[in-house]
Design a protein around this ligand. Structure first.
Ligand code: DAS
Length: 370
């Protein structure tokens, strides 16, 4: 009889020990998240402009985290830092530079397993794509914002931040490039775009659909980890105080070539046409394209149309006017890629076209040649 009692006592002791060890292991192995704040509505506060008026970039990201009820249930080891605190219509390269240098340093020193960036929604897609091109790491980098300020009746920021942390701490998020987590959906940086000025589900992809979603517990993906959308053009950011000037020229019924010519006069080193349809422009702009070609200023044809490709030499004969096609990149993202190419001294139209086409071997070969 004694033997049986001792056997059970030993079993219960071993069970408690294993439970303590696993709790210790979990504590020691919590995903380490570096949260970088840049401002936006997610830390916005109501103002007196109107009943729904607010000012973006008012709270710190630490204050935002402290406002998350039951935050410790996320099971992560979180460190928060303020990189900037701006409305993202004021976003520009100096903040991008600070973000990429901080993330590269943290990844090199193994400070964090993943990164979450809180950001205004207006240019969130541009920062996401810049980091997609600039970073050469597999750690998850997840951008998140909000459509309602912290003081609204039902702020969406806390839930969006909670979900973004889940996405970042998910092992399935590794190797997917930069991601945008918004209103329960997960989008790749290449296609995430702000599609509504009002809805809390403000983001939509310009191609395909969301690649995943978050529920109360974790991130789920519909698709296996896609190969890196773009070979990164890692640069020595310490030597790059600004990006080359690339201007976006809108096309609309009755548009002329003046805006493009003025951009050239202002010293634009690259031009992106936000064309109509398949990246089309009126005959009145063609001479201005010729002028750009004579000056060696690359012109990329993108489209104002929300979804779809701009094909090379499809309705418009690129080779006649020294232009290249943006393919699946929106005007604002084609601009960022062109800026990075020009920053690396790439001005050859064939290489620019290969890079815009995306993950074709040509792009990789060109990137490796440099
Ligand atoms: N002005 C917007 C911005 O900061 C507010 C927001 O939606 O975050 O991008």
């Amino acid at each position: 009889m004694n033997f049986k009692i001792w056997k059970w006592r030993l079993f219960v002791l071993l069970l408690c020990l294993s439970f303590c060890c696993s709790a210790l292991w979990a504590e020691e192995n919590k995903p380490r998240i570096l949260l970088l704040g840049t401002g936006g509505t997610i830390v916005g506060v109501a103002n007196q402009n109107s009943p729904t008026g607010y000012t973006a970039g008012q709270l710190t990201v630490e204050e935002l985290v402290r406002s998350l009820p039951g935050f410790e249930r996320l099971g992560v080891d979180l460190k928060a830092e303020q990189v900037a605190n701006i409305a993202s219509q004021d976003m520009d390269y100096p903040v991008w530079k600070a973000l990429v240098e901080r993330i590269e340093r943290a990844a090199a020193q193994d400070e964090a397993d993943a990164f979450v960036i809180t950001h205004g929604t207006d240019t969130l897609e541009e920062t996401a794509f810049f980091l997609e091109l600039a970073l050469d790491i597999d750690n998850p980098v997840v951008l998140v914002g909000a459509m309602r300020p912290t003081t609204s009746l039902s702020a969406d920021g806390p839930q969006n931040l909670w979900e973004a942390i889940q996405v970042a701490s998910s092992v399935d998020s590794f190797g997917r490039g930069v991601l945008v987590s918004f209103a329960g959906e997960i989008f790749p940086a290449r296609y995430a775009t702000k599609a509504s000025t009002l809805q809390t589900g403000a983001f939509a992809p310009t191609f395909g659909g969301a690649i995943g979603f978050t529920d109360a517990h974790r991130a789920h993906y519909y698709v296996a980890s896609a190969k890196k959308q773009r070979r990164p053009w890692s640069l020595d950011w310490s030597k790059l105080e600004s990006l080359p000037k690339v201007e976006i020229i809108p096309v609309y019924a009755g548009a002329g070539g003046e805006a493009l010519l003025q951009a050239l006069e202002r010293g634009a080193q690259g031009i992106v046409i936000a064309g109509v349809g398949d990246g089309n422009m009126p005959a009145s702009m063609l001479q201005a394209c010729k002028r750009a070609q004579e000056r060696g200023v690359p012109v990329v044809r993108a489209t104002r149309v929300f979804q779809g490709y701009v094909h090379k030499d499809h309705e418009f004969k690129d080779s006649d006017y020294g232009t290249v096609a943006a393919y699946d990149l929106s005007p604002q993202k084609a601009r960022i890629l062109l800026q990075l190419l020009l920053a690396r001294g790439v001005r050859d139209l064939e290489r620019i076209q290969a890079a815009l086409v995306g993950d074709q071997p040509g792009a990789l070969r060109f990137a490796e040649e440099e």
